[in-house]
Write a protein that binds this ligand. Structure first.
Ligand code: NAI
Length: 716
């Protein structure tokens, strides 16, 4: 059975229905290429009998895009073969575009990547008017570029500047927004209307060519060499480099493909595009990004570390204790997904204040046209603000987000547990206290678990599920279901101080501060953090976290270590933190001063005195930026290996996804463990030894890493 159904009717209209056998969605793989090539041969034979062609799909979506499994496997050695294959596919699409007969896309569902590119090759696009449909070219988010003509056709349709957000940021739009942007031509209210409008276009346009195939075609918005456009484009690469810190090759290649392609005819532009596409497909960054964002994220969504054999659960009523920053966010995320929420604080006033946070977020959605007033009211009606524990009666799950205080947490646990349904779950959102210890207050420790959300909850997708020593598999499985029900990404970790994310994050922050202790200029440290791909520099983030909190966490860890008979080995960052807090009273952002100054009406800037206090000018002059960047990426990767080794982490997918979504570990690396794989376990281990010799034993490779290096095997 062919991937494309070929139906030439008595009205001489040919309908090509893409319906790839054995697949739930259409993708651009070998079967599709074969189907397209057969189709082209038949069209060549039948051409005189054809008045026009409609392209549509038999699936729920129109076309899902490239086949990432296939792309992921292409090696550098196969580059020229791959390039020829892509050009062959594009030549077939180009043939249909240039027969002179009208070619119409009847877009019945979501069209992303290669799917939208097929539609762009058509002369006219009609799409179902349904807001659940998405149109866009998300390739850039996987380190790729739209290699099916997208970088050539879209700028020729709507102009370079208007095309950039779609090409370089992977912007996705609804059919209505696509119509406004000029990406589609008509909307249809029903499947019949969709096909009728496509037919009407063919009737009205017996002959058709793309604008770019006509004499005297001018690029909308101005060609690259026009003075106004040239000026904008001249600064674009520098702006991009600043934005991507030079770590992400895709946006730069997309810019090159679009701009270079716009200066030549379409067919040559298409060849340029293929060359850049091949470079990205066979390069390491796209491999890193597809492996985490596609394969590993899908593995987690498909069940990840959820124990098998436990029936799935749908949560109906969830209690949230504490309506502060975290509780308010958790209530919003939960109610937004249709779950009833009891939001409890010490006073109704506090609880209402927490609820008003949801109101603010929802109002913003309404004002941006993303939600109706009715939908907003429905979400708000699901949140009940209260000061009474009695209202928790019948909750399937209670999540506590009260102050970080063990005694208080024990008290609210004892108060809430009796109100839960039989077998209900009690979860703590603690950021530092071991779950096993908190579970001591519980009458049902097997139903006690950690659900560590990140701030701001509405934006941060990750939830770290923490399994205490007595937490049952059943509780874990059900907590996993809750996290998925609210649309977040669950990773599972075993209990340990700092769990996984805070522990690794701490090594990043401490590494940055220890550079200051060595006399390196603070601006170089912040810059190295950004160049390594972290979202914020280590000194700025220390201010956000607050250095008093860091002192507090250290004191706790030290107590634990010594209680267990261990010896505390001070980190070089400690002395700097203590001086900042105890000598200068600069505790961080909330206190108004830290490594940065926070002027009331101006931008924050590094505290000028840091230079005279800490910087060693000889050292600062001779510092190698590569060393600083490596230290930031290595220290976190090494700590992640320790978490795997100690069984804090259960899978490599959890490690990679958790490091990117929870800590902000450079996404171009594909995560902290993928970074090691890609660096090569042996090369990584050798570099770690060198860093340990120079900067301290914290860089010593853990046993698990040495084992991998010895046998030269990747982390699978
Ligand atoms: P917060 O100080 O903003 O809110 C705590 C709330 O708990 C206050 O509204 C307080 O009135 C309320 N509360 C106190 N006693 C209560 C009781 N007996 N019953 C009900 N409510 C009570 O604190 P935040 O930042 O929301 O943190 C809450 C928890 O989440 C802490 O355990 C914290 O460590 C953890 N966490 C914080 C993160 C952050 O970025 N702030 C990130 C992840 C976890």
């Amino acid at each position: 059975m062919s991937a494309i159904r070929y139906e030439l009717d008595s009205d001489q209209i040919l309908t090509l229905t893409i319906d790839m056998p054995g697949q739930s969605a259409n993708t651009m793989n070998g079967a599709f290429r074969e189907g397209l090539s057969e189709t082209v041969n038949r069209v060549k034979t039948d051409l005189d009998a054809i008045r026009g062609i409609i392209v549509t799909s038999a699936k729920k979506t129109f076309f899902a895009g490239g086949d990432l499994n296939e792309l992921h496997r292409v090696t550098r050695a196969q580059a020229s073969e791959f390039e020829a294959m892509v050009n062959g596919l594009k030549a077939d699409m180009r043939f249909l575009e240039t027969t002179g007969k009208p070619l119409v896309a009847a877009i019945n569902g979501t069209a992303l990547g290669g799917g939208l590119e097929i539609a762009l090759a058509c002369h006219h696009r009609v799409v179902m008017d349904d807001d659940s449909i998405q149109l866009g070219l998300p390739e850039v988010t996987l380190g790729l570029l739209p290699g099916g003509g997208g970088t050539q056709r879209l700028p020729r349709m709507i102009g370079l500047e208007a095309a950039f957000p779609f090409l370089m940021e992977g912007k996705k739009v609804t059919p209505g927004a696509a119509l406004k942007a000029g990406i589609v031509d008509e909307l249809a209210g029903s499947p019949e209307e969709l096909l009728n409008k496509a037919r009407a276009f063919i009737d009205a346009n017996p002959k058709r060519q793309q604008p770019w195939d006509q004499k005297g075609f001018k690029l909308p918005g101005g060609a690259p060499h026009h003075p106004a456009m040239a000026q904008k484009l001249a600064i674009a690469p520098a702006m991009l480099r600043q934005k991507t810190k030079g770590c992400y090759p895709a946006p730069e290649r997309i810019l090159s493909a679009a701009v270079e392609g716009a200066q030549v005819d379409f067919d040559n532009g298409s060849l340029i595009e293929t060359r850049y596409f091949t470079e990205l497909v066979t390069g390491q960054v796209a491999k890193n990004m597809t492996s985490t964002f596609w394969f590993q994220l899908n593995a987690i969504k498909a069940g990840g570390s959820r124990p098998e054999g436990v029936a799935g659960e749908t949560f109906r009523k969830v209690g949230v204790l504490g309506a502060g920053m975290m509780g308010a966010g958790i209530a919003y995320a939960t109610a937004s997904r249709g779950i009833e929420v009891i939001l409890k604080d010490v006073s109704v006033e506090n609880a209402e204040k927490g609820k008003s946070y949801s109101e603010k977020l929802l109002a913003r959605k309404v004002s941006r046209g993303r939600m109706s007033e009715d939908q907003k009211a429905a979400v708000l009606s699901r949140i009940r603000a209260t000061d009474s524990a009695a209202d928790l009666e019948g909750c399937d799950l209670v999540i506590e987000a009260v102050f970080e205080d063990s005694d208080l947490k024990a008290r609210v646990t004892r108060e809430a547990e009796p109100k839960l349904v039989t077998n209900g779950i009690f979860a703590s959102n603690t950021s530092t206290i071991p779950i096993t210890q908190l579970a001591d207050a519980s009458a049902r420790p097997e139903n006690f678990i950690g659900l560590h959300f990140f701030s701001p909850v509405d934006k941060m997708q990750l939830v770290e599920i923490i399994v205490g020593a007595r937490t049952s598999d059943e509780t874990l499985a059900r907590a996993f279901d809750y996290v998925q029900q609210i649309g977040k990404i669950p990773i599972v970790v075993n209990d340990s101080r700092g769990f996984f994310t805070s522990r690794v994050f701490g090594t990043f922050v401490n590494e940055g501060i220890s550079m200051l202790a060595e006399g390196i200029h603070p601006a170089s440290i912040e810059n190295a953090g950004l160049l390594a791909g972290m979202p914020v520099g280590p000194l700025a983030i220390s201010d956000e976290v607050s250095m008093t909190l860091m002192q507090h966490i250290r004191a706790q860890s030290r107590k634990d270590t010594e209680a267990a008979g261990g010896t505390w080995r001070p980190h070089p960052a400690e002395a700097v933190i203590d001086r900042m807090v105890d000598e200068f009273g600069r505790k961080g952002k909330a206190a108004g001063a830290g490594f940065y100054d926070y002027p009331a009406n101006g931008k924050k800037h590094l505290w000028a005195d840091l230079e005279s206090l800490f910087v060693d000018s000889a050292r600062a002059r001779n510092v190698a930026l590569q060393d600083l960047k490596d230290r930031i990426l290595f220290i976190q990767a090494i700590e992640t290996v320790r978490c795997l080794e100690e069984g804090v982490l259960r899978t490599v997918a959890d490690a990679n996804i958790g490091s990117i979504f929870g800590i902000g570990y450079a996404p171009w690396t594909g995560g902290a463990i993928q970074f090691i794989n890609q660096y090569g376990v042996r090369a990584f281990t050798a570099r770690a030894h060198a860093l340990a010799d120079q900067y301290g034993e914290r860089f010593n490779p853990p046993a698990l890493l040495l084992e991998k290096a010895e046998s030269n095997t990747d982390f699978a």
